[in-house]
Design a protein around this ligand. Sequence first.
Ligand code: DC
Length: 240
Amino acid sequence: MNHTNVIAIDGPSGSGKSTIAKKLAQRLGTLYIDTGAMFRALAYSAHSNNIDIHDESAMKEYISDIKIQYQTSDGALIKINGKDLSEEIREHHVSKLASIISGIPCVRQFLLDFQRDLAKDRPCVMEGRDIGTVVFPTAFIKFFVTASIEVRAKRRLDQLNENGENSVDLDQLIKDVKKRDEKDTSREVAPLKVADDAQLIDTSSMDIESVLTKLVDLVKKKASELNVAIGMDESLNKSL
Ligand code: DC
């Protein structure tokens, strides 16, 4: 296994990794894969169908009979059983639901297979919590993007406010971020951790553009060391 086509970006929520991963994929001309959206969509969909999302066997039965689609031709980011859930998955309460199901082994296995299949033979930037450690341990290059808890909670607050959600305050978000970190790092299956060969990127006092410039340089350096193109579009390269 040698995944020269996968750029793995892991890190906790609010670290800026989604924005960075999305922009990096755009600049490199590769597919962008947001695995958090998959956990969110599954959680939202199961919950809406009155499945007890704490119950592993109920979840197992539920996922045995669903169809999940990522980036469909009609422009949807994610669909379950044909229903576009791209907006619903961003609601604040869905974060908690997603965090619960992310600890269930059969859910992780189901999404692991789906993620590996999506990246098959296609260059991509894939972001999540376990991409460099579990999904693609042989990824071409791995980044672990992080930031202080306070900075991450503030970013989450700004994001929610932008989406018109004003019911949560900063103190509550700091507590939420701590709780979610604790859960993500301590779960038994695929916990959030830095892969041995990942490069740590702390975005606490960096703006998106500086982070992006740094990552693009590192990717290009690695690509040139290995003499591979990782699917980079030459015309895009010129404007990097
Ligand atoms: O990145 P996010 O906030 O959209 O992720 C939603 C939840 O899914 C979060 O609790 C972590 C979990 N997740 C995971 O366990 N593994 C992934 N590869 C991606 C997300």
